[in-house]
Design a protein around this ligand. Structure first.
Ligand code: PLP
Length: 419
């Protein structure tokens, strides 16, 4: 994460001091580095070289319009999982032609929207979904381009909540079921078989599961070819991990090179759907210490951001490095918990962490928060969601304003006749 580094003892994002941003917009806030986003996306492109490809950024990892627009302007497509995400993607000027639509629970209304906009492909996850999509396509008089998401049954060796490619997971169709689904789709005049798709999980830090999945997919592709089904796209999903602390995942370029190598004989366009590996280390959550206290042996730093702002520590027991915005003496560390203001014991950002002595008003940065940070945030405890800031070299812009208390009650009403 060299887009975040100390200059004269202050933590900077690119050429902008996080302290200056805090002074202007208040705390807490998310801050993203546009140069990190661009560099990570470029690394994906370099890995592909001349191989036909489409990098579809996983919008659920970070759906801010400025982030989407930044990646889209470099040629990124989008992997969406809802109509709302499609709306954002189009607003951010990513063409529908570069959009693939994943997810187990697409509604009729969402299908209609995506089909009318002309997305590249629906990644269909069940036979019932296929039947509904065909119905929608018929009604609209427009063929729906589809792939089936297959579940290759490989162990991604990641957290159980973010593993998606095992038989016991809800995602996709088993290899056998996929064959029969393709047979049915072939006979359907309103479905256009376009590709095949899988996504085996998230925060995967080794190559083996990806290559394993690709090999299984290749077998299926050749069986489909024998059945007379020719595909345009092979979609390998996302899932490449990042370094939160000591993990050493392959870099995007290595990861893609290994895939391109394994896919050498395939002439289809290869799609990948990276999220975290593009934006995870592009962002931090900056928060301020409100109070410090000690309960017996334990030291607590109570900060102004909570689990509603960054849910990963409470949800997955995820580790996020904590850095002080003002550089401190590394020799004087003491164990402490960094906790939020929410009325839940699970409301922590870091637990039992060696940290320097913090004071009321100290600023800290919760590192590696660019993916599944803001997008998973909520208004729990009626807390307005925090602003998102994008840094462009030596300037920054508020790309999503802090919510207000008025925003919190938007759309609510009290019946005239009272209670
Ligand atoms: C979540 C998801 C992704 C992105 O995963 P990352 O681990 O962030 O790369 C890609 N494709 C699908 C279908 C997903 O559900």
């Amino acid at each position: 994460m060299d887009c975040f580094s100390y200059k004269d003892g202050i933590l900077f994002c690119e050429q902008v001091s996080l302290e200056n941003i805090a002074n202007e917009v208040g705390t807490p806030f998310y801050c993203y580095s546009s140069s990190h986003l661009k560099e990570r996306f470029a690394a994906y492109k370099r890995g592909f070289g001349t191989k036909k490809h489409l990098v579809c950024f996983a919008v659920k990892s970070n759906s801010n319009l400025a982030v989407l627009n930044c990646l889209g302007s470099l040629g990124a497509g989008a992997d969406i999982v809802s109509g709302g995400e499609l709306y954002r993607v189009l607003k951010a000027n990513i063409p529908a032609k570069r959009v693939v639509y994943s997810g187990v629970g697409k509604t009729r209304q969402e299908m209609e929207y995506a089909l009318s906009e002309g997305i590249a492909m629906f990644n269909v996850e069940s036979e019932q979904e296929m039947i509904l999509l065909s119905e929608v396509a018929k009604k609209m008089g427009k063929k729906a381009p589809i792939s089936f998401r297959v579940n290759p049954d490989v162990d991604a060796k990641t957290h159980p909540y973010i593993s998606t490619g095992l038989k016991k997971n809800k995602f996709g169709l088993s290899m056998e079921r996929a064959i029969s689904a393709y047979e049915k789709a072939m006979k359907d005049p309103w479905l256009e078989i376009t590709g095949i798709d899988c996504h085996i999980g998230s925060q995967i830090v080794e190559m083996a599961p990806f290559l394993d999945a690709l090999r299984r997919l290749k077998k299926l592709v050749s069986r489909l070819t024998d059945m007379g089904i020719c595909l345009s796209y092979i979609d390998l999903g996302g899932g490449l991990g990042i370094s939160y602390s000591k993990e050493t995942p392959p870099q995007p370029e290595e990861y893609i090179s290994a895939i391109v190598n394994e896919a050498a004989e395939l002439d289809q366009t290869i799609i990948v759907e990276p999220g975290r590996s593009i934006c995870g280390n592009a962002g931090v959550l900056v928060t301020k210490v409100l109070y410090t206290k000690e309960n017996g042996q334990k030291r607590f730093y109570i900060v102004d951001a909570g689990m509603n702002d960054l849910g990963r520590p409470s949800l997955y027991d995820a580790y996020h490095e904590i850095r002080t915005v003002r550089q401190t003496d590394k020799d004087k560390l003491a164990e402490a918990d960094v906790v939020g203001p929410i009325c839940e014991t699970g409301d922590f950002l870091a637990r039992s962490r060696p940290l320097p002595q913090l004071e009321q008003g100290s600023l800290i940065a919760v590192m590696s928060s660019g993916a599944y940070g803001f997008t998973m945030s909520s208004n729990y405890n009626s807390r307005p969601r925090v602003p998102e800031i994008m840094v462009y070299g030596d300037r920054f812009q508020v790309v999503r304003e802090r919510e207000t208390w008025q925003d919190l009650v938007k759309g609510e009403s009290i019946p005239e006749e009272g209670c």
